[in-house]
Structures are given as C-alpha cells and as structure tokens.
Design a protein around this ligand. Structure first.
Ligand SMILES: *[C@@H]1O[C@H](CO)[C@@H](O)[C@H](O)[C@H]1NC(C)=O
Ligand SMILES: *[C@@H]1O[C@H](CO)[C@@H](O)[C@H](O)[C@H]1NC(C)=O
Length: 590
C-alpha cells in the first residue's frame, strides 16, 4: 500500500495530467468502471477556482480522493470478507466491529475538591482498570463501561456520587469515534455530486483553509503531503527524518527556514521544534503541527513578518512523533495512546513516550504495570521513538550547528500552556520569569488576535495535580494527591538536558466536550490559534514584544498587562500543606 501510493504520487508529480484518474481507481488499473466515477470537468473546474497553487491543490485532492476511494472499497471488503482481518488493503479505516468495542463506554467527569475524593478515585480507577483521559486541578475525566459505573460509584465517597457528569451527552462514544474519521459523505464515490461538494464548496463556513485540513489525515496521506511540501517549496522546505519507530517507520519532519547567504548570519542556526502526536489518540496535535507548518511555508515571501521569521529561525515540524501508535489509532483502536512496543506482559503493548525521557524518569511507579496508559518502560529511554528523537536532537546540536531555542510539544486536551517542570512543583526552573511571561503572551495572542479559545497558563506539574476548593482563602488551599507520575517528560528533557530556552507543552482544544474526539471543524481554528501563538513566539524572540521590548522603547511603567493577569490567574501553590501526594497515583489504564 505504501509502495503503490508513493509510486502513484511520484507519477502525479511528474505528470499532473494523470491526476484525475488517481482518486477513484484504487488499484490504478484503468478499468472503465473507475473512469465512470471520475470527477467530471465541472467538479475539477470548481476545484481549480481556489487560489491555492494548482499542482498542490490537485495532488491534495488526489491524496484525499485516494483515501476516500479506498475507504469505499474497504467497506465492501468488510462485508464480503469479514473473517479475513489480516488482508487489509488499507490501514486507515476502522472496521465496524471494532467500533463496537466502545459502544458500551462513557466518559465521566468528576469534580474533585478534597483529598479523600482524590485518593478514593485514584484507588477505584486502579482497582477497576479505568482509562483516565485527562485531569487538571479541577476535574478528572475517566472512560468507563456503563455497567461498571455502579461499581465505581460504590467505591467512592457519597460526595462524588453526585458531582460527576457524562461528557458527550448527546453522542455516544462509538459515534463520536466514527465522526472523527474522514467524513463518510466524502467516501460516497458512487454519488458524484455529493462526493466532493460537502467539503469543497466554498460557501460552507467551515471551508476557510485548504481541504487537506477539513479532515484528520492518516499517516499514509501526511507523509506524501510532507514530501510534496518539500518538492514544491524547495527554497525554504526540506523533508527530514528525526528517527525510526519501533515498527520501522520513519518519523518524518519538515525543516522550514531560509539560510541567508550574507556573512553576518550567526553560525549556529536558531531552531524551533514543534512536535505533535507523541500520544497517538491526540489527533488534533498532529493536524495543528501540519497546519502551522503549511501556514508558514505558504506565507513565506508573501507575508512580511513570516518571511522575516523564517530568515531568522528554522522551524522543525514533527507531526507524528509516535507513528506506530498513530497508525494503530487509525486502523485498530481510536483511543490508543502509547507507542506499539511489546512489554513484559504479552497482552499489554506500548510505552508512554512522554514518560520515557531520562530526566527525572519516574518509571519505578509504573514498572510493575505495563498495562498502564502511562507506563514508562523498564528503564529511561526504553521508548524507542523518544530515544531516537532525542538522539537526533542532540546530534543536531553537537554536529549540525543547530541551536534549539524553542520547543513546543503539542498535546490534547484542556487548553493549557504548560511550562517546566513537569516532574515536580518544588523545583523552579531557572528562567521561570521568561517562561511565564512568554506563556502568558502566547495565551493572550491566542485569545485576542482571532478570538481564539482561552488557554490557561501554569507550570506543567500544577497542570497535573488537583487542589481543593474548600477554603475561601486561596493560600489555604490543599494540594491534593497527584493524579499520576509526570517525570520523564519531553518538556523537562528538552528544557533541562538540551537547554532549550523556551520550552512548553501546549494542550489544545477542547476542555472536555469531546476530548480526544474533537470534531474536525476544530482543525482549522485550532491551527490558527497555534499559528497566532507561534507568530507571537517569533516576535518575542526577535525582541519585538515582551518585557525586553518595552525596555527598549523607553516605556517606564514596568508591570505589563501580562504580569498583572498573571497574579490573578496563577493558582497559589501551598507547599507546606502538601500531604505526601506521591502516595497516590491514578494510573491511566484500560
Ligand atoms: C463542578 O464544579 C463546577 C465549579 O467548580 C460547577 O460549576 C459544576 O456544576 C460542578 N459539576 C458537578 C457535576 O458537580
Ligand atoms: C549527525 O549529524 C551529522 C551532520 O548532519 C550527520 O552527518 C550524521 O549522520 C548524524 N548522525 C546521526 C547518528 O544521526
């Protein structure tokens, strides 16, 4: 499948006139049947009216169409040959019977306000092998089978029996999962009029960007898309590999930037790393990396600020740090989180890549439980993709004249901008002032420039704990048990080991309405939010905004708006009241 798709793509690059046949003939033989369903001239004419570059537009349609075509084919394969699961012709389309595995599940959000509640919930989740989706200082989201809910409630204090709600109320989980795959209407190749119009019609409000971003895309589309970017924009884009996955896939990346030839360029190339998909099911992180990459690539030479940014900095975009997990989330389990390495337990695969970096690795707590969703492996860097990616980054620094100045690790969900450290709240990062100032600036840029969503700013460790709301006085708030270990994160490693000055983990949309199953209409708005943040980061690094910029412009009122907001927004961390929080751990389990 990969081979044939690459062959076809290179054909398409060489001979654009062949393109129109590609989307609908999945075997690439010229059967008359396939021709019959080829988009007619009027469809192509409409497509050509867009102002994006035509070769790119056509190839994107070819790529998208290929997937839709295969999806249609897969459906018929499923019905005619259900038993034969080993002969998938594609890997992206879930089988209906696999969707059934989620049919009886719900996601519940529990309000947490006391130590008792937190520890009871931690224990119960452990006993019942529950999948903790997300948590922060206010709530914990847990996926659970409906018929286990009574058992769970039975283990919890009476206060928690009431203070929970089901997420995705009007939608059951299986439907939300199905909805997150490319739209079914797009796969209806036998209905020519409807096959393209629902997503391409310019009048649809959601069509604001490229159709590539109308849907989540599988790796088999993303990878050729990246190749295409590099081949179309040779002046400022290169496709590179930042490692090889456990199952042998490349970890693809785009390096975007312009090396001016004048002599006063600094010898070390300042570089910003933007990564997504280290947790497979967080699909919005992958699309957002691609959206930001595409926006910068496409605006170079057209938008002055972006041209300037790319002349001064390189960006390396890694949309799928965990390609094996990502593919698995498309073909087998939409809610898969870890990578796909085998563990000591035969039935539990996968290491949590964001727990397997060696800085403050906390694997002791999960070592005994490879089934945990946050299993850190047996030793630091057990997670193959984490280890190879880190090796790549180190080698770039040591041997390739690269100076990583920024690291944005995108995740979902909860709309938070998190700065180091993740592993502990008791160790303050040496550059905390810069980190907080910039994080608040990023959040503000997101909120203001295009009316994006509100993102909270906090340190990564605080994003991972719950605090009591019992007391009226914020200072009196109790720190509740940690929801799970948070050492060994990419954030801390890049900040501490690689000395990346501006390192953040950003949790994207939403705040729990759909969680990981964020509807595709959010792909572009979320991408724009992060683009705004990255443009702010660029201006900050260039000294155009922020405290340093204010000093230059002789403004004398020192407290920035951001600094004021900070005092209001930041939760008070009450160290003395901490009650042995490390005793409790609410493991992500399935
Ligand atoms: C959870 O707490 C928030 C405020 O902290 C409140 O608005 C909400 O109603 C609570 N939900 C439940 C189910 O108790
Ligand atoms: C390290 O970087 C150099 C320079 O780009 C490259 O030639 C070499 O292959 C890299 N080594 C590894 C192990 O990736």
């Amino acid at each position: 499948m990969h081979q044939s798709s690459f062959a076809v793509l290179s054909l398409l690059l060489l001979a654009p006139s062949l393109i129109t046949a590609a989307p609908h003939d999945t075997s690439y033989t010229s059967s008359p049947h396939a021709r019959h369903h080829e988009p007619s001239a009027n469809v192509r004419g409409r497509v050509d009216n867009f102002d994006t570059p035509r070769p790119w537009r056509r190839l994107s349609d070819a790529i998208i169409g290929r997937i839709w075509g295969l999806a249609g084919k897969q459906k018929s394969l499923d019905t005619t040959n259900r038993a034969n699961t080993n002969t998938h012709t594609i890997e992206e389309q879930p089988e209906p019977k696999l969707l059934a595995q989620y049919g009886d599940d719900v996601v519940l959000r529990f309000n947490i306000s006391t130590t008792d509640e937190a520890s009871a919930l931690a224990e119960a989740a452990d006993i019942l092998f529950l999948d903790v989706w997300e948590f922060n200082e206010d709530w914990v989201d847990i996926r659970i089978a409906k018929d286990v809910v009574p058992s769970l409630l039975g283990l919890l204090p009476p206060t928690l029996e009431k203070s929970h709600v089901a997420l995705m109320q009007d939608l059951d989980l299986a439907q939300a999962i199905l909805n997150s795959y490319p739209s079914p209407s797009a796969t209806q190749l036998h209905d020519q009029d409807r096959s393209y119009s629902p997503t391409l019609k310019p009048s649809t409000p959601s069509v604001k960007g490229h159709p590539f971003f109308q849907d989540y895309q599988p790796l088999s589309v993303i990878d050729p898309w990246m190749k295409l970017m590099a081949s179309m924009f040779t002046t400022h884009v290169r496709k590179i590999n930042v490692g090889i996955s456990y199952e042998g896939r490349d970890i693809p990346a785009l390096r975007v930037g312009v090396h001016a030839t004048n002599s006063n360029q600094p010898s070390r190339r300042q570089t910003v790393l933007v990564t997504g998909g280290s947790h497979a099911r967080e699909w919005i992180s992958t699309t957002t990396v691609n959206y930001v990459a595409w926006s910068l690539i496409n605006s170079y030479g057209k938008v002055h600020t972006i041209t300037k940014l790319l002349e001064n900095y390189d960006f390396v975009f890694v949309p799928t740090l965990n390609p094996d997990g990502y593919v698995y989330s498309w073909e087998t389990d939409r809610l898969w989180r870890k990578n796909r390495q085998p563990t000591s337990l035969r039935f539990c695969h996968g290491i949590d890549l964001d727990r397997s970096y060696p800085y403050k690795w906390e694997g002791e707590s999960t070592r005994s439980n490879p089934c945990s969703e946050s299993y850190s492996g047996d030793t630091p860097f057990d997670g193959v993709e984490a280890q190879r990616f880190a090796e790549w980054a180190k080698n770039e620094t040591d041997n390739n004249n690269v100076d990583f100045v920024g690291f944005l690790d995108l995740h979902s969900y909860s709309q938070q901008i998190l700065y180091p450290y993740s592993y502990s709240c008791y160790d303050e990062p040496p550059t905390i002032e810069d980190l907080e100032e910039l994080a608040l600036g990023l959040a503000k840029a997101i909120r203001i420039s295009r009316k994006g969503r509100p993102y909270k700013v906090t340190s990564a460790c605080e994003g991972n704990v719950a605090m009591s709301k019992d007391s009226k006085d914020k200072k009196e708030r109790l720190v509740l048990p940690r929801i799970e270990s948070s050492g060994g994160s990419a954030l801390d490693w890049f900040y501490h080991e690689l000395r990346v000055k501006y390192a953040f983990q950003i949790k994207l949309r939403d705040t729990g309405s759909y969680g990981f199953l964020l509807p595709r209409e959010n792909i572009i708005p979320t991408g724009e939010e992060l683009l705004d943040a990255i443009l702010y980061l660029g201006r900050f690094m260039l000294g155009e905004v922020g405290f340093a910029a204010d000093k230059h412009t002789t403004k004398t009122e020192p407290p920035l708006k951001e600094a004021v907001e900070h005092n209001e927004d930041t939760e008070v961390w009450e160290r003395d009241r901490d009650q042995d929080q490390s005793q409790f751990e609410l493991r992500r389990r399935r």
